[in-house]
Design a protein around this ligand. Structure first.
Ligand SMILES: Cc1ncc(COP(=O)(O)O)c(C=O)c1O
Length: 399
């Protein structure tokens, strides 16, 4: 095992200066198992991916069935592949009425890239606006939209004509003008530390985009597929964007992403130039079969309906934690904010040593992330919260 860990650090490209380094042999539902028999609870769903639990049988069976039929056939968009068609149709039942066309890609970053290109192409404009503390991915275009100079400056020059404004601040919307191609927003900021837009702000943003002709893009890559108590977060607000980006939980544990818009808007990528966006593997049939099985599992087991009760139970069991500054939550996106980076760091490492995998947020190091698989049960929530309470008590006792 030690040798495997050494080879992991030496031969598998690393950008984290301190990877968790847990060796996993098997994963099931909310649990990860190590070769020496330790069991960890995954409290963050592999960062908002495993919404239906790890190695969900409905998903693994669909993967096997599809792999036995066919895998890659041809670059994206040429052959008719029923897993793509069926999954697109199933997803578009949960998008605003006007959004009826989905372009499949491989990841969240790629979904953002496609959506930005689509907005530029449709509006004929170049300016792109996003928000401070926003995270949209790590490729050049997505990175340009990130709301943190720390992570961007070493990689400049990035996309031109991009600006960041203040999240949830109606006054900052004056920056959106007739020059703006698109405003890109996470309705609930993920890496910012689970801050939700207020309904007033999103409504003002929608109005401003309507008045100026800018397209409104929702990044639902972290909030999608049930996490907020709706399949997509736009439904929490009843505010329809022009484009929705999705990925992470979309593939039920397999790599998959997509950006969805109206057929009329999407069509602009087909002409002048033709092939306005190209992907080899986007919408891989095995990933689409997995994603469809995962979405069906969420629907058949009413996982979304159970989210509010689970959120309430977490809040009830954790709100009395000593030294807790705030609990923020939208469904099973829950941030325990201690207002103190060192304290949060000690609590998360105590949790990990007690078999509970959690972490912080890229732009909010004072808060701990709780985003378990949506399959988590009431008794598992009680077990998890007891571990967190014990971890906080031990850290406070030891100083
Ligand atoms: C809100 C949001 N958008 C985009 C991305 C990028 O997705 P990916 O890592 O699949 O490229 C992430 C990843 O964490 C994300 O949280």
């Amino acid at each position: 095992m030690e040798i495997l860990a050494k080879r992991f650090l030496r031969h598998v490209g690393q950008t984290s200066p301190a990877p968790m380094g847990i060796t996993v042999e098997r994963a099931e539902d909310i649990y990860l198992y190590t070769p020496d028999g330790r069991r960890y609870i995954d409290l963050i769903s592999g960062v908002s991916v495993s919404n239906v639990g790890h190695s969900n049988k409905a998903v693994t069976e669909a993967v096997k069935r599809q792999a036995d039929s066919y895998m890659h056939l041809m670059v994206y968009g040429e052959m008719i592949q029923s897993p793509q068609v069926d999954f697109a149709t199933a997803i578009l039942r949960h998008t605003p009425e006007a959004i009826d066309c989905l372009y499949f890609v491989n990841s969240g970053s790629e979904a953002i890239e496609g959506a930005l290109k689509l907005a530029k192409r449709y509006t004929g404009r170049t300016e792109l606006i996003s928000f401070r503390n926003a995270y949209h991915g790590s490729t050049h275009g997505a990175l340009s939209m990130m709301g943190s100079e720390y992570y961007k400056s070493a990689f400049r020059p990035l996309l031109p004509d991009v600006r960041q404004i203040t999240f949830d601040d109606i006054a900052s919307l004056d920056a959106v003008t007739e020059r703006t191609a698109a405003v890109l927003i996470e309705p609930v900021q993920g890496e910012g530390g689970y801050f939700a837009s207020s309904p007033e702000f999103l409504s003002a943003l929608r109005n401003r985009c309507d008045r100026t002709g800018a397209m409104l893009i929702f990044d639902e890559i972290q909030s999608g597929f049930g996490r907020t108590g709706n399949i997509f977060a736009w439904e929490c607000y009843g505010i329809a964007p022009d484009i929705i980006c999705m990925a992470k939980a979309m593939g039920g544990g397999m790599p998959l992403g997509g950006f969805a818009a109206s057929y009329e808007v999407m069509k602009t990528l087909t002409f002048d130039p033709v092939l306005g966006h190209i992907t080899t593997f986007g919408g891989h049939p095995v990933c689409c079969a997995a994603g469809l099985a995962a979405l069906k599992y969420i629907e058949d087991n009413a996982l979304v309906d159970a989210v509010p009760d689970k959120e309430r139970l977490f809040r009830f069991l954790l709100s009395g934690l000593p030294h807790l500054k705030e609990i923020r939550s939208v469904g099973l996106m829950i941030a325990l904010d201690f207002g103190d980076e060192l304290l949060r760091e000690k609590v998360t490492s105590e949790c990990v040593s007690r078999g509970l995998v959690t972490e912080s947020f890229l732009f909010c190091p004072t808060a701990m992330r709780i985003a378990p698989p949506l399959t988590i049960t009431e008794s598992q929530i009680r077990e998890v919260c007891a571990i967190i309470v014990e971890a906080v008590e031990k850290v406070l006792k030891n100083g």
